[in-house]
Write a protein that binds this ligand. Structure first.
Ligand code: 4NP
Length: 153
């Protein structure tokens, strides 16, 4: 089993989409995909209705997800940790116990835009268009990540 964790700030907008999208591209017998937020703001909440809607429009059901906070144990439980933006990345790295744990953490858009260190824009305070943009960015990145993971296993 290979375990992959998607991380954003609230775990209600971007990382639930990343979780749903990557899951839809991988064999569930070989891969576990989960998501978490660096903050405690939305623990226990369902994804934002705008994320649920854009996922549904693309044939993905994320309604069963529930927000949780990233914990240090996640470095042990997951093989790869994908941060949605540079702020999330820095907050995760700050919790790592050693270089081995730090090496598990990647910026998700470096899959599709290598070495550019781009952010998935936080869509929380914007409109529906922002969520469509996030979906497109994550779908492209997750297509590449799924191919990389399948070639390793
Ligand atoms: P997410 O979006 O990190 O993609 O889940 C946000 C959700 C909530 C907040 C910020 C970003 N907030 O400040 O409550």
């Amino acid at each position: 089993m290979t375990n992959i964790l998607m991380v954003c700030l609230g775990n209600i907008c971007r990382s639930p989409l990343a979780e749903g999208i990557l899951k839809s591209k991988l064999n569930a017998d070989k891969f576990i995909v989960d998501s978490a937020g660096t903050s405690s703001y939305h623990i226990g909440n369902k994804p934002d209705t705008r994320s649920i809607t854009v996922a549904k429009q693309n044939g993905i059901d994320i309604t069963k997800q529930q927000a949780r906070q990233f914990v240090k144990q996640d470095f042990k439980d997951f093989d790869w940790i994908y941060a949605m933006d540079n702020s999330n990345y820095n907050n995760i790295i700050a919790l790592a116990a050693n270089e081995e744990e730090k090496a598990k953490v990647k910026l998700i858009l470096n899959a599709s835009f290598p070495n550019k260190n781009l952010d998935v824009p936080d869509p929380y305070y914007g409109g529906d268009k922002g969520f469509e943009k996030v979906f497109t960015l994550l779908d492209h990145a997750c297509t590449i990540i799924s191919k990389q993971l399948n070639s390793k296993t």
